[in-house]
Design a protein around this ligand. Structure first.
Ligand SMILES: [Zn+2]
Length: 190
């Protein structure tokens, strides 16, 4: 891919179309068949919304029973890299294989997490340079805005949590009603 990673590059310009859609109730064997040679599998819930994002590695071994529901992050295709990097949404990068672009309730592409990670050093370098002439460093960007949303299925109680900000040192509390209150258990690489 020769698209440049710049602040105003829209995510859709970086998105790959190597993904397949997998129903939530698929077995691992069915999911592996649907995935085929695609890079990503977008697991959909019963209303066809993204629920999880997986790769072939997540289906290994294929004989195990269930498809692991790795967190999925969704955002708008026209979102710019710079906007994402300045927002809380960038903290969701640690949770997922990639950012799933959704337009009119349909999945239109997946931007690999590695692509966004590759942009971040450029973004930070730009920030340092511009602070030389800026009077105030505090007026850049709007704090607290969220441009992306992660859906995280709790591995303890199966409740689907919507997460806008993620700090691995302070794991969120699961929003499920099951008592006792517990930390959100996230399906991540072990
Ligand atoms: Zn839970």
């Amino acid at each position: 891919m020769t698209v440049q990673l710049k602040a105003d590059t829209a995510l859709v310009a970086l998105a790959g179309r190597s993904f397949s859609l997998i129903p939530r109730d698929a077995s691992r064997a069915e999911a592996a068949e649907r995935l085929g040679s695609c890079r990503f599998g977008v697991v959909l819930n019963s209303t066809q919304r993204p629920l999880a994002l997986i790769t072939a590695d997540d289906l290994d071994p294929v004989s195990a029973s269930r498809v692991p529901l790795r967190p999925v992050v969704t955002c708008a295709p026209e979102l710019a890299l710079g906007e994402l990097a300045d927002s809380d949404g960038i903290t969701l990068l640690d949770l997922t294989h990639g950012f799933v672009l959704v337009a009119q309730d349909a999945v239109v592409g997946v931007v690999p997490a590695a692509t966004i990670e590759a942009y971040l050093p450029h973004h930070r370098a730009h920030d340092v340079r511009s602070s030389d002439w800026k009077v105030s460093a505090s007026d850049s960007g709007l704090p607290g805005t969220s441009t992306a949303e992660a859906l995280v299925v709790c591995q303890n109680c199966s409740y689907v949590n919507s997460v806008a900000f993620y700090d691995p040192r302070r794991p969120p509390i699961c929003g499920g009603s099951q008592s006792p209150e517990h930390a959100l258990e996230i399906a991540l690489d072990s």
